[in-house]
Design a protein around this ligand. Structure first.
Ligand code: URA
Length: 237
């Protein structure tokens, strides 16, 4: 293990590990074909949305007034990263820092997310990062079901465009809303879920903000990341 990787793992408070060899699996999903099947709430007709490229989607998000968060946001937070990434990281919603800067995971939780990703061998720039909500809920309250309904089609379209090998959900809100379940996060961890209708594997771990509050749980998060690396390689297809 190189010194940089060892330092990252020390930061995370996890035991050092031996990186396993092997290329990521070519588990590409049929996301493009499934694109028309997402909810039409946010972007008009399914046909129009299915045709949306990155630019038109970004324009749509930037001008969105479909829920009341439009009145309280400073700016929308679209998403960031490699639009051909193998990993798509899904978070909950922008916080105060993200609302100011217009980019997901730029605050303290973002710094930890970057460390977690580096532990897997991925730089932030090598993944795509997007949230369930594109606008900050005031006071960082949980998203309402109505807000999620309005915003989820944007995330679905981003996922369809990236067509990742793996989706990593960070936190209960992201996982439950993306997977459409109320199963507790403790039970969602450690299994491969599938995002219908895209057929893309989904792995769930704790939110970095939670890990900052509960550093004792970082070891479990590292187990999740190792599990995710295995899924991305196709070990658990
Ligand atoms: N938490 C999230 O879930 N997303 C962000 O972008 C920032 C903090």
């Amino acid at each position: 293990m190189d010194a940089r990787r060892a330092a990252i793992l020390d930061t995370l408070g996890v035991e050092r590990y031996r990186a396993r060899a092997g290329a990521p699996a070519a588990a590409a999903a049929a996301a493009a074909a499934a694109d028309g099947a997402t909810d039409g709430a946010a972007t008009g007709s399914a046909d129009a949305r299915a045709a949306m490229d990155w630019d038109s989607l970004a324009t749509e998000v930037a001008s969105c007034t479909r829920c009341s968060l439009a009145a309280t946001r400073t700016r929308t937070v679209f998403g960031v990263g490699d639009r051909s990434a193998r990993w798509f990281v899904v978070g909950e919603a922008p916080g105060a820092d993200e609302d100011r800067q217009g980019e997901p995971f730029v605050g303290r939780a973002g710094q930890l997310l970057n460390s977690m990703l580096r532990g897997t061998g991925l730089a932030r720039e090598q993944v795509y990062i997007g949230n369930v909500l594109k606008c900050r809920p005031p006071g960082n309250r949980d998203p309402t079901p109505a807000e999620v309904r309005c915003c989820m089609p944007f995330l679905h379209r981003q996922i369809a465009l990236v067509n990742p090998t793996l989706i990593l959900c960070v936190g209960r809100i992201a996982a439950q809303n993306l997977l459409g379940t109320d199963t507790p996060i403790g039970k969602l961890r450690g299994s491969v879920h599938t995002l219908a209708p895209f057929g893309i594997p989904v792995v769930v771990t704790y939110h970095p903000a939670y890990l900052l509050r509960s550093p004792g749980e970082k070891r479990k998060a590292w187990e999740d990341l190792k599990f995710a690396m295995g899924v991305a390689r196709g070990d658990r297809a």
